[in-house]
Design a protein around this ligand. Structure first.
Ligand SMILES: [Zn+2]
Length: 256
């Protein structure tokens, strides 16, 4: 992709798209785990049921303008709505600012926007939303293949390899991992290519560190605590997205 305007312009546009997709993510995070429709009813105040007007649907700004309160009943509106929107917009803008208005940038932006609701829903419900992960995977792998068609097999192999690895772990140890974590690995491999290796390494290292911390704090009770793995995969993916190539280079260098 060769787009004339400066990268900062496209990063701004991506940020706006990210805000709007983040707004959709707040709907998914509230409704998908409860198996409610994503389109009906229209967005409404959860306290007084009043349907929100068009201006109240503007990401972040509407929340700021109303100082976090419903215009009808005055009930507080959770800060999680603007937080999810800002995280989504920020990650999309950062992806385009870092990788440019390119296919790589688009794939990186998709990853960031998808990871926000994945982390929120996994933390709240111990579920990885397939309704987010599979469409993001399909779009992301199309973008990474378009970025380098001659090496189309790299994202394909990384996605399938990462999926198979976590799927086997889930099969062997269903208590420690969910089927959804394997699905999420599919998206990570599609976007990160070879960098999915450091992403998984970081995720398991962080997970192990938390496990040790929980054991130290709670002793035997820690063994019964269910810790969602999605946030660790997301953290590993975002670190590897920016540092993965240099991590692989450093590791290859230490091997001589
Ligand atoms: Zn209300």
């Amino acid at each position: 992709m060769l787009l004339g305007a400066p990268t900062a312009y496209w990063a701004f546009v991506a940020g706006l798209f990210g805000l709007c997709l983040g707004s959709f993510s707040t709907v998914v995070a509230s409704r998908w785990p409860a198996e409610q429709s994503l389109v009906h009813p229209r967005s409404h105040c959860t306290t007084c049921d009043r349907t929100l007007g068009p201006l109240e649907l503007v990401p972040v700004l509407s929340w700021l303008a109303l100082r976090g309160h419903c215009r009808g009943c005055g009930e507080g509106v959770s800060w999680r709505y603007p937080a999810i929107e800002l995280a989504s917009g920020g990650l999309a803008a950062a992806a385009i600012a870092g990788f440019g208005p390119t296919w790589e940038g688009l794939a990186a932006a998709l990853l960031g926007v998808a990871l926000v609701p994945v982390v929120v829903i996994d933390l709240e419900h111990r579920l990885i939303p397939s309704i987010i992960v599979f469409p993001a995977f399909a779009l992301a792998i199309a973008a990474t293949i378009a970025a380098d068609p001659a090496r189309w097999w790299v994202p394909v192999a990384a996605a399938l390899g990462a999926f198979a690895f976590l799927y086997v772990l889930w099969f062997l140890y269903p208590a420690g991992m969910g089927r959804g974590d394997a699905n999420l690995a599919l998206l990570l491999g599609a976007v990160l290519g070879a960098s999915v290796l450091p992403a998984l390494f970081i995720a398991f290292a962080l997970g192990a560190a938390l496990g040790v911390a929980l054991l130290a704090r709670f002793g035997a009770r820690a063994r019964k605590m269910a810790v969602p793995f999605g946030p660790f995969l997301a953290a590993g993916a975002l670190v590897a997205l920016w540092l993965g190539p240099s991590m692989i280079g450093w590791y290859a260098g230490t091997l001589g």
